[in-house]
Ligand binder design. Structure first.
Ligand SMILES: Cc1cc2nc3c(=O)[nH]c(=O)nc-3n(C[C@H](O)[C@H](O)[C@H](O)COP(=O)(O)OP(=O)(O)OC[C@H]3O[C@@H](n4cnc5c(N)ncnc54)[C@H](O)[C@@H]3O)c2cc1C
Length: 415
């Protein structure tokens, strides 16, 4: 382990890998401490929207992407109907998504950062921060049973929803923000290359229509990733048994998809989704938080990989500015930039998921949507946060108008 680096990064998932990629490609010495040994499983739906595809392209991974399983959009199922919604053709975003198991995806992106010069230590768990006069100036990590210390000009916490290290920096999730819970499994299925993100919007517990959706994503290797996610805005979310929810969801899938206990090829794995910018502020003296560690999952659709890449890139820019160009060592500009880019949308998202926490409203909205392709097309653009700087379609005008409305009367307690 080196004794001193420019930037030490806790975690080699999407946000840590993206930050490492951008910082090392700008010539800074970077150490990534990753507690697991890659390739490793990560509980996820493995779905990459056009946002994530763009982030991967920007890191120079197009050649790899060309070999992954492509999807053209969302196939929504609810109220006894099915509706196909292609990703919109926009200037700012491509019109396709991808599916790549995290076991492979995270290895590929982290190796790419290593190729730029980042040093990655696997099996290295960061245990505590090292402060110097109140400024984070390094960390201690456990490796092969020994505790080692590294000094760093800046530290990035990209540890995901593990939160152990982030809490030592006096940063924790604001419990008034919505949170997601989700569970997934792999199955062999003839849907393994369906070309669509299948989304079931009618997830119920008893008579209640939940703020939730079930998914079946085609992995392209003979398997699908099938799971279900639920929001904490549902009043009784704590009493929902995720394993039962998953069992009920799988049981309602079409028999010809052959997704059942006979074709299952992994145990169900569940995780928490920290959403809407719920860990605040995402910076402090000498450190930045990125991805899930900053609570940056999109509350509207549970997508976190793209936001992990994006916040990793933005964090790298601010640290690069501080290291190379005498930018502010407090890194406060990072929080301001995140607020500027994501604030209005996340405020809208938090309000939206609060509303759909009412079962009667969720049911009504799904039934209205499934009767109108225009409504669903707008909802798809909004939920995936695919705002375009130039397009003037009704979906784009609607999304921009809703963001403005959400700005007019800030939610209590939101910043
Ligand atoms: C069931 C489920 C389904 C999901 N489906 C999707 C989906 O289809 N699409 C999507 O975009 N998002 C999805 N998400 C969200 C997505 O998984 C996360 O938003 C994303 O992984 C965040 O990336 P990250 O780099 O911030 O954190 P992580 O991916 O969690 O990476 C953190 C890394 O840090 C390491 N680490 C943790 N603590 C330490 C420590 N102390 N020392 C060293 N290393 C440490 C971990 O081992 C890990 O490798 C899903 C989440 C769940 C739970």
């Amino acid at each position: 382990m080196p004794t001193e680096v420019d930037v030490a990064i806790v975690g080699g998932g999407p946000s840590g890998a993206a930050a490492a990629h951008y910082l090392s490609s700008r010539g800074h010495s970077v150490l990534v401490c990753e507690k697991k040994t890659f390739p490793r499983e990560k509980t996820c739906g493995d779905g990459l929207t056009p946002r994530a595809v763009k982030a991967l392209q920007e890191m120079g991974l197009q050649k790899e992407l060309d070999t992954w399983e492509r999807v053209r959009g969302l196939r929504a199922h609810a109220a006894g109907k099915t509706m196909e919604l292609d990703f919109p053709a926009l200037d700012d975003w491509g019109n396709y998504g991808l599916v790549k198991p995290r076991k492979d995806l995270d290895s590929i992106v982290l190796s790419h950062a290593e190729a730029q010069g980042a040093k990655v230590l696997f099996g290295t768990q960061v245990t505590e921060p090292v402060f110097d006069k109140g400024v984070l100036s390094g960390l201690k990590a456990k490796r092969d049973g020994d505790i080692e210390e590294v000094r760093a000009h800046f530290v990035i916490s990209a540890e995901g929803s593990a939160t152990k290290f982030t809490r030592t920096l006096a940063r924790d999730r604001d419990p008034s923000y919505p949170m997601g819970l989700a569970i997934r499994q792999y199955f062999t299925s003839p849907m393994q290359s369906s070309g669509w993100f299948e989304a079931y919007l009618d997830v119920r517990v008893g008579a209640d229509s939940l703020p939730a959706y079930g998914w079946v994503f085609p992995v392209g290797d003979g398997t699908v990733n099938a799971g279900v996610g639920l929001l904490s805005t549902y009043g009784q979310w704590k009493s929902v048994n995720l394993n039962e929810l998953q069992r009920d969801f799988v049981a309602q899938l079409p028999a010809e998809w052959d997704i059942n206990q006979r074709t299952v090829c992994s145990k169900p794995r569940a995780g928490r989704l920290f959403m809407g910018g719920s860990v605040r502020p995402p910076h402090g003296p000498g450190f930045l938080l990125t991805g899930d560690a900053a609570g940056f999952i999109n509350p509207c659709n549970g997508e976190g990989i793209a936001y992990a890449y994006e916040t990793g890139r933005i964090a790298a820019q601010h640290i690069d500015d501080a290291l190379s160009h005498g930018g502010s060592p407090t890194l406060a500009g990072y929080a301001d930039e995140l607020k500027g880019i994501y604030g209005p949308y996340y405020r809208l998202g938090r309000r939206f998921v609060k509303l759909i926490g009412y079962p009667w409203l969720m049911e009504k909205l799904v039934s209205i949507g499934m009767n109108s392709k225009s409504v669903m097309s707008f909802a798809f653009t909004m939920l995936a946060n695919l705002e375009d700087s130039k397009a003037t379609t009704y979906e784009q005008r609607g999304l921009k108008a809703l963001k403005l409305l959400a700005e007019l009367k800030p939610q209590r307690g939101s910043k």
